[in-house]
Design a protein around this ligand. Structure first.
Ligand SMILES: [Zn+2]
Length: 231
């Protein structure tokens, strides 16, 4: 496992990518970096979503986007394989290393916003998951569904001001309910606890054009609101 930072040296947003099988998100973000500056921090592993490591002869598996809280790290290890305190410490160390590469102090002083990029498979996870009757309904405070775009392509945000900023466009927007959201160890839960504004740009696998357009839309809306402050 490697954590790689793509630095353009041009002021812009910081993007984070954790699931190594979500290649559309990386391609879309690298294209965005070339045009709009900023930086991308990504986890490179085996090309698979989950990370694997060995302690002695025991192999452990975890979802990197469940590593950011103690409860999440324990749950993902137990769900995907054997659990031990040492394995838990290793998962939490991964999370700390990832956050260090993202550079939280600079983020807080600069744009004050962490952008993550993900891809999903059709029908499994979408803005609809947060709407009435959806699997994650209780994790969302507000959902703005749209007719003109697929629900798989959506913004997931932790702050009402970003919900307001993005909801007028063509994309579905979900505002996390920061008080009620399940502590699953995901970066959005961690960011809400830390008070670090967070926007996930989530698109279906293969929706490269759509994800590029969403990243452009996010940058344009932030610029229009004078919130980009990339320096
Ligand atoms: Zn993902």
């Amino acid at each position: 496992m490697k954590i790689i930072a793509h630095e353009t040296g041009v002021p812009g947003l910081t993007y984070a990518h954790m699931h190594d099988d979500e290649n559309t998100a990386v391609a879309a973000t690298l294209g965005t970096l070339r045009r709009r500056g900023g930086r991308l921090v990504e986890v490179r592993h085996t090309g698979k979503r989950n990370l694997r490591f060995r302690l002695g002869t025991t192999e452990h598996v975890f979802d990197p986007n469940r590593a950011f809280t103690d409860a999440g790290a324990e749950a993902t290890l137990r769900e995907l394989g054997p659990y031990s305190k040492k394995a838990h410490a290793a998962v939490r160390a991964f999370a700390e290393a990832f956050l260090a590469a993202v550079g939280l102090e600079a983020l807080r002083e600069g744009p004050g916003l962490l952008v993550t990029v993900h891809n999903n498979k059709p029908g499994l996870y979408s803005a609809r998951s947060y709407d009435h009757g959806g699997e994650h309904e209780r994790d969302a405070e507000r959902v703005r569904p749209k007719r003109e775009t697929a629900p798989d392509d959506f913004f997931f945000v932790t702050e009402a001001r970003h919900y307001d900023l993005l909801q007028g466009g063509p994309y579905h927007v979900v505002l996390q309910d920061n008080a009620a959201a399940t502590d699953d160890g995901s970066l959005s839960v961690w960011a809400a606890r830390e008070g670090l504004p967070y926007v996930n740009v989530e698109a279906q696998h293969g929706h490269l054009r759509e994800q590029i357009d969403m990243l452009d839309y996010l940058n344009e809306r932030l610029e229009a609101a004078g919130q980009r402050a990339g320096a």
